[in-house]
Design a protein around this ligand. Structure first.
Ligand SMILES: Nc1ncnc2c1ncn2[C@@H]1O[C@H](COP(=O)(O)OP(=O)(O)OP(=O)(O)O)[C@@H](O)[C@H]1O
Ligand SMILES: [Mg+2]
Length: 306
């Protein structure tokens, strides 16, 4: 059995955190019901500094519900949610941010026609001069945005270009650098690679690793076990609202992870159903083992860090 240990950055994933390292964010038996619908139940999750925790699961598995609890959008209805070991109940994303929990959503709240530097400071603009002659400190914002992007290894030709002209991957990277600059300790990324091609996904994975190397605890939501395995230290697979697997990197191979995601048993059942539909040759369909064959994207490390 081979495992793909390729990592998206210089430092390899570090697997289990050191003994006694308190999680920044922790869920204990947490759950969420929307009226009669139990979207999440009995979930344990620990997010440590300098570690990437991957949350995987099929559509409707409860991934978004899980991160909505941590990012302060929804409140859990069972179990515990702790930040720095203290039980909390966050009532808004602003409250989560005050505790250092930042979320990068897939649709990225950016203004496409505004320059990159302006989007970097959106909602937290720097100003200079006393009221009533206070003005935007454009020079300082440009300089800081440029420095922060470079610190993360992100080099853009021109910070004056509208952010809408950047690729989806580059915009994700700007959002990650922004969260790091504004002091995030925990960074939640909701399917950042879902709409991206192989190369751009590699770039985003590289900056996930860069955020981890800057000491952030990263929660990386994805459908893609290959992407998860390139940067993950811990893997939590959700299925119908409960944890199906929670394993450190040393406890699970890429093949096993892929099998969990592909749902070997479900695939067999689907094949059985399809066999009753004429015109479908079930023998031609992939086996569960075939799905586990690594077809990992090009190693992001080949992008080269500048
Ligand atoms: N506001 C809501 N009210 C009622 N049910 C909800 C609500 N939000 C989510 N659900 C239900 O909770 C379950 C989990 O949904 P969730 O969005 O967390 O899944 P997901 O893993 O993020 O899926 P996807 O991959 O499609 O984004 C689903 O059955 C969904 O229908
Ligand atoms: Mg979702």
């Amino acid at each position: 059995m081979t495992t793909d240990n390729t990592t998206a950055h210089g430092a390899a994933p570090k697997d289990t955190p050191p003994e006694g390292d308190r999680p920044v964010v922790e869920l204990r038996g947490a759950g969420k019901s929307y009226g009669n619908i139990r979207a999440l139940h009995g979930v344990d999750l620990a997010v440590h500094s300098s570690r990437v925790t991957c949350v995987l699961g099929d559509n409707g598995a409860g991934k978004s519900t899980l991160i909505k609890i941590i990012s302060g959008l929804h409140q859990h209805t069972e179990g515990e949610f702790l930040v720095d070991g203290e039980p909390v109940r966050l009532s808004s994303p602003r409250e989560a941010l005050a505790k250092g929990i930042a979320t990068v959503y897939q649709d990225l709240a950016t203004v496409p026609l505004m320059p990159v530097w302006r989007n970097f400071f959106l909602g937290s603009e720097l100003t200079r001069g006393p009221w009533p002659v206070r003005r935007l400190d454009i020079a300082r914002m440009k300089k800081t945005a440029d420095e922060e992007l470079r610190n993360m290894g992100i080099v853009l030709d021109d910070l004056e270009q509208p952010i809408g002209t950047l690729s989806g991957g580059q915009r994700q990277c700007v959002a990650i650098a922004r969260a790091v600059h504004f002091g995030a300790r925990v960074l939640i990324l909701d399917e950042p690679t879902a709409a991206l091609g192989v190369k751009q996904s590699g770039v985003v994975l590289k900056y996930i690793a860069a955020a981890r190397d800057r000491g952030l605890g990263v929660i990386f939501i994805t459908h893609n076990p290959h992407h998860a395995y390139m940067v993950g230290d811990h893997f939590s697979v959700l299925r119908l609202g409960t944890l199906e697997l929670s394993a450190a990197r040393s406890e699970v191979t890429l093949e096993e992870l892929t099998n969990h995601m592909a749902g070997g048993a479900e695939l067999a059942a689907l094949k059985h159903e399809l066999s009753q539909v004429s015109g479908v040759d079930v023998e031609e369909l992939p086996q569960a083992e075939d799905l586990a064959a690594p077809t990992a994207p090009a190693p992001a490390s080949s992008e080269g860090k500048s």
